[in-house]
Design a protein around this ligand. Structure first.
Ligand SMILES: [Zn+2]
Length: 152
């Protein structure tokens, strides 16, 4: 896949944008590609020069720029401020409860587990933040795992 840019052609083969290991080739009698490794089916949109994986949710879309795939961002998707508020509350509220409990009921002086309330508060914050981050990445269709595999 080097040289001058070439338009997307269903008769040719392309690297799979989803698993990045397989090869996309035409499915017989269909305007679609199939991957020989992950076995997903990609519907071809010739006018938009894009493929959309049809047997997976959310249905990711990639655009062929002539040389490689680029993730097609959905412009119609925007998180509302209520969702952001809920996300922030989901992270801060449990952390505040755990921290408050540790503050009101401090461990006995010299207790071997004296560090535990702080550890627990940090763990609460990190785990809730990870949940929210994962949901946001899923919502905006950022294929993190694919990027990580690419860097291998
Ligand atoms: Zn694949």
């Amino acid at each position: 896949m080097s040289g001058s840019p070439t338009p997307l052609n269903v008769r040719q083969t392309y690297p799979c944008p989803l698993c990045r290991r397989g090869t996309l080739s035409e499915l017989t009698l269909m305007e679609a590609f199939g991957c020989d490794v992950c076995h997903h089916v990609f519907a071809v949109n010739a006018s938009k020069q894009s493929v959309r994986v049809v047997d997976r949710s959310p249905p990711l879309t990639w655009r062929w720029n002539g040389q490689r795939w680029t993730v097609s961002h959905r412009d119609d998707v925007r998180l509302s401020w209520e969702a952001w508020l809920a996300a922030i509350a989901f992270v801060l509220f449990p952390t505040a409860i755990v921290s408050l409990a540790a503050y009101i009921f401090p461990p006995l002086p010299g207790s071997p587990f004296g560090i535990f309330p702080i550890f627990w508060a940090v763990l609460t914050f990190v785990s809730h933040l990870a949940c929210v981050t994962w949901l946001i990445l899923e919502y905006y269709q950022v294929p993190v795992l694919s990027y990580l595999r690419l860097r291998r």
